[in-house]
Design a protein around this ligand. Structure first.
Ligand SMILES: NC(=O)c1ccc[n+]([C@@H]2O[C@H](COP(=O)([O-])OP(=O)(O)OC[C@H]3O[C@@H](n4cnc5c(N)ncnc54)[C@H](OP(=O)(O)O)[C@@H]3O)[C@@H](O)[C@H]2O)c1
Length: 176
């Protein structure tokens, strides 16, 4: 069985993952419950994939790298090699991820952001969607989904309420 790719991401009710200036205060200030399902997801994965802008945001806003025990790939055309925490990759993201899915291991977390995610959506590469919705209509920002995507049919596995968050858990309908 190929490894599954999980999108675990927070979004405003109107579908933005960050404000234009990368502000996430609205998300961070939302009153949740416990860790809002994070640990359960985190324990199910052994690999993360993220875009360079998300990596930069994480590095600027965290005291310590938050995923030190996972294999982390950062897609970028502007940096090469690796550091203590991540490997920088400048390869075709779709081909790279398809190869990764065939290797031994647990699930793969597609951390974001929207730019790298777009390549996954266009190829229907996400197997599971765990979308946490905040009680905000931001009006503008970085949209979770871009345009001109294929239709992707899902099955709702679960919904959970964590304080002011609603978490929607879907898997892709088989025969995709
Ligand atoms: N709400 C949430 O849960 C959540 C989750 C994740 C991120 N975010 C936020 O989203 C924002 C960043 O999202 P974003 O869409 O602007 O950027 P992003 O997807 O994180 O990163 C974009 C960068 O990744 C590289 N990249 C993207 N696609 C690539 C490809 N196919 N091949 C090679 N490299 C590729 C490029 O880096 P180079 O320019 O270096 O080539 C590109 O500039 C940040 O504010 C972050 O905090 C929010």
């Amino acid at each position: 069985m190929p490894r599954e790719v999980v999108l675990f991401i927070g979004t405003s009710l109107d579908g933005f993952i960050a404000k234009e200036d990368d502000n996430l205060q609205w998300l961070e200030e939302t009153e949740g419950e416990g860790d809002n399902g994070y640990t359960e997801m985190y324990q199910s994965i052994d690999t993360t994939i993220m875009g360079k802008r998300t990596y930069d945001y994480v590095m600027e806003h965290s005291e310590t790298f938050p995923y030190p025990d996972k294999k982390c790939y950062v897609f970028t055309t502007s940096e090469k090699g690796s550091n203590e925490y991540v490997e920088f990759v400048n390869e075709d993201v779709v081909a790279f991820t398809k190869k990764l899915k065939e290797q031994e291991g647990s699930k793969i977390w597609m951390v974001g952001g929207a730019s790298i995610l777009d390549a996954f959506i266009k190829e229907n590469l996400i197997d599971e969607y765990i979308i946490t919705v905040t009680p905000h209509i931001l009006g503008s920002g970085i949209p979770l989904f871009k345009e001109k995507n294929p239709q992707i049919d899902l099955i709702l596995l679960n919904t959970k309420r964590y304080g002011q968050f609603v978490q929607l858990h879907y898997k892709v309908r088989q025969g995709k």
